[in-house]
Design a protein. Sequence first.
Length: 349
Amino acid sequence: MKQNILISPNLQQDLAVAISECEHDRIFVLTDTVTYKKCWPAVCNFFVLKNALPIVIGATDTHKDLQSLAQVWQALAEGGATRHSCLINLGGGMVTDLGGFAASTFKRGIDFINIPTTLLAMVDASVGGKTGINFNGLKNEIGTFCNARFVILNTEFLQTLDHKNIYSGYAEMIKHALISNQAMWAQLIGFDIADRDLEQLQQMVAESVKVKETIVTEDPLEKGIRKALNLGHTFGHAFEAWSLRRRPILHGYAVAYGLVCELYLSAVKAGFPTDKMRQTVNFIKEYYGKLDFTCDDYAELIELMHHDKKNTTGSINFTLLSDIGEIKIDQTATEDEIKETFDFYREGE
């Protein structure tokens, strides 16, 4: 089932249209404690939500777990949800991932609508049909492919975000540009995200979502070209899981650090132009800083990389680039090459 993505200038109107096209004997709205406070007040008085039942789970990725999932299933059951009910996921990527998984499994699947409220969720998590939870200390270890009936993107919510959460989503936009075209990459690297023009950002979000939507439509189950979307994520997920055991970092920051590493590998192994690599790396350093790890952490990071779902038996898989928009999927690297990449990351130029 194809998902409908609406770039919405009028959330109330577009949500009413989306709900009318879904089964909805009962409507539930999933938020976390932060989006319940910051975003639920913006929609709770919509006529179409007058009988909706809110479900609130803990915020941050540490709550993207079995316990929160069971809490959502329980609330659906206690609220009298049937297989003809509809769940609206109002929040960031954690809410759309977990809510999508809850909806895709409750009574073997009910309709759900994603209203992403963070930049990261708008350009990445809420689009493309991947749902899931973390398990055994690993990111998105349990999940399904299941499209939301509608994804409604309204950039008004971006006004509720701090710099860090804007930067987090922006890293996925940089990734989309790198796998897309030179003009998009140049615009993103030249944009002042610290003092941002929200109107221009909205137009850039729409273009970024189009990149992902085109790829996902072509390869919904990640058999081929969808692996392009994994650029930055083999190293990135390892950094994220490593940090989760110490001091958690936002997903987009982990992806930004992963992009530094995988662009370096791309330059070494696939001939990616070093000037474009340096420009991108310098932009990331300026806005995202650096992750502080030492050579004593290499073995743990490589071990985490071995757990990545993209791997084939025994080898760690990467998506690399020979240039902007020139994608090479299913690439591998030796442990020595990975360690050399860690050295580059820590030592810089």
